[in-house]
Design a protein around this ligand. Structure first.
Ligand code: SAH
Length: 254
């Protein structure tokens, strides 16, 4: 029997964000692999085995899941959001590239999910309504000077910037440093959206200006969207404001 591996995006939290394809892949699996809190989101089935691992063990988890699938099992690896955005799909591809030849013969499917920046954007309006990019502030896998270079390039080129992994216990200062960097390129009134635990019961949305962004709390469950010169805030009495990025470009001198 030939094994199968699916890498399944669970979306940002609430089960309503699961796609029908993701539900099918989870139903079909003999074994589930993933970071513990993500596995807990998937309803238990008596016929399924679960292998929970720590968030930092992505390569080890990927190799274990591939080895299991190579034995003929139907294996699903779960990721929060989309598995291809700062998540397990790339770890699986890396292991296939460097692993035994037999892993290249496996039937591998990547099942997309709603990534955090899309869920946050939808809650507040349309901040990603025009050109944008996504950047992880984690310097676990890349040096900090490269992150700074990318922040400079993105902000000076006029992209809205979605910041994943803004803060963690091991990275307490990076977020404030990133905001300070962005202030070199963007006006102090640039809107910044903080979406925390979107799609979960403790969800929180905040909109501040860039000059106050480093004083606004962010944690590992927060996705930050830094606007561009085209991003506007529409205040609405008694309702949360709408934040959107206009499709009409403000000319910036080169
Ligand atoms: N694959 C995931 C991202 C993993 S990186 C995805 O596509 O969403 C982890 C980062 O994603 C977190 O530090 C945070 O910045 C963001 N994130 C994940 N889930 C979130 C949620 N429900 N609300 C806000 N941000 C979230």
């Amino acid at each position: 029997m030939s094994g199968r591996l699916s890498v399944v995006g669970l979306g940002p939290g609430d089960a309503r964000y699961l796609t029908a394809e993701a539900v099918e892949a989870l139903d079909a699996a003999h074994a589930l692999y993933g970071y513990g809190p993500y596995l807990e989101r998937v309803p238990e089935r008596a016929s399924q085995r679960r292998y929970a691992s720590d968030n930092r063990e992505e390569r080890v988890r990927a190799a274990a899941a591939l080895a299991h699938a190579a034995q003929g099992a139907l294996v699903a690896v779960v990721s929060g959001g989309d598995p291809g955005v700062f998540a397990m799909a790339a770890a699986i591809c890396e292991e296939i590239e460097s692993g035994p030849e037999s892993w290249r013969m496996l039937d591998v499917s990547i099942v997309p999910g709603i990534t955090a920046m899309l869920a946050v954007a939808a809650r507040i309006g349309a901040p990603l309504g025009h050109d944008f990019c996504a950047l992880s502030l984690s310097d676990n896998l890349k040096p900090w000077h490269l992150i700074e270079r990318r922040l400079d390039a993105a902000a000076s080129a006029g992209f809205v910037i979605a910041l994943y992994n803004p803060v963690s216990r091991a990275r307490p200062w990076q977020f404030a440093a990133a905001i300070e960097r962005l202030r070199r390129h963007l006006p102090p009134s640039t809107p910044v959206v903080f979406g925390r635990a979107v799609g979960r019961p403790d969800e929180q949305m905040d909109v501040v200006m860039l000059n106050a962004a480093d004083a606004t709390p962010a944690d590992m469950a927060t996705l930050v969207i830094v606007g561009s010169r085209e991003t506007r805030v529409v205040d609405r009495p008694g309702r949360t404001p709408l934040v959107y990025t206009s499709r009409a470009v403000v000319e910036v001198s080169a």
